[in-house]
Design a protein around this ligand. Structure first.
Ligand SMILES: [Zn+2]
Length: 280
């Protein structure tokens, strides 16, 4: 389960209302050696001292990342990319045994972060945010966020026309023209748009561009409205209700539209489930 734009947004909203005004008392990291060794986390995690004594002012999300702002000029950056749990605990007695990061607040409450597979968290000064790869990737205003007003069909259509690459890399990964989408949202979006994942962006007709644009909007809005994807757990451990229209959950199933058996295709270093007929 990956945390994509909708889930990051839900978590940021919950973090903002829950943590606002709370003062950071202490922090603890554990079992992080593997993730430090492969470069997901900083070698030196004492930077979390930056947060201590500061008061949380807000949490915001962009792309797949969450920035918790603290009033002493520091930030907690969270990006549980390929899954992870960010939980709030009203009292110490509710803190689980397993976590990678724990932040304790003065009122006795705590936040825990547990990454599953790949992900990232760090503490940074405001002035150092730009040095963070995650921050630069997701908070760069030059790369559109599909839920922001600046992301218009006209803008998107122009971007697509200029790119001679398959749709996957246009919407997902380091060369994507938007932030916040991973493979899961991608499969769902192109199924709703009736597009094959290997189609070249520059070769889409205006109607196909429109279908893709609308597909992005529908999938993200529905996922936000239904409190995240089905495997997602929010800040309080509550499960999301959004069942993807296309993805591994449709393996060996008939296409909901035309009854053709769903196929699995290798695309850009991953797998994409699709309807071979609807998305021909
Ligand atoms: Zn179909």
């Amino acid at each position: 389960m990956s945390i994509e734009l909708p889930e990051a947004l839900i978590l940021a909203q919950q973090l903002s209302s829950e943590l606002q005004g709370k003062t950071v008392k202490s922090w603890q990291v554990k079992d992080c050696e593997r993730m430090q060794r492969i470069g997901l986390l900083d070698k030196d995690l004492t930077s979390f001292n930056l947060l201590v004594g500061g008061k949380v002012t807000a949490a915001v999300a962009r792309g797949n990342a969450i920035r918790v702002k603290v009033d002493n000029g520091s930030n907690l950056l969270l990006a549980p990319e390929y899954g992870g749990h960010i939980f709030f605990h009203p009292s110490k007695s509710e803190v689980p045994k397993k976590f990678h990061l724990k932040v304790d607040f003065n009122d006795g409450s705590a936040l825990t972060v547990r990454l599953i597979s790949m992900g990232h968290f760090s503490a940074l000064r405001d002035s150092d945010l730009e040095h963070s790869y995650i921050y630069r990737r997701d908070f760069n205003p030059a790369i559109a966020s599909p839920i922001e007003k600046a992301f218009t069909f006209k803008h998107f259509s122009q971007l697509l026309s200029d790119i001679n690459r398959a749709l996957k890399s246009v919407l997902v990964g380091k060369d994507a023209v938007v932030v916040g989408l991973s493979n899961s949202a991608f499969q769902d979006i192109i199924f709703r748009a009736n597009l094959h994942p290997k189609r070249k962006a520059s070769e889409l007709t205006p109607d196909e561009q429109r279908a893709l644009f609308d597909g992005i909007g529908v999938v993200l809005k529905e996922r936000i409205r239904l409190k995240g994807k089905i495997q997602f757990l929010d800040l309080y451990g509550k499960q999301g209700q959004y069942e993807p229209a296309m993805g591994p959950n449709l393996k060996h199933q008939p296409c909901p539209t035309c009854q053709t058996p769903i196929a699995k295709l290798s695309v850009g270093g991953g797998h994409v489930y699709l309807c071979p007929k609807c998305q021909a």
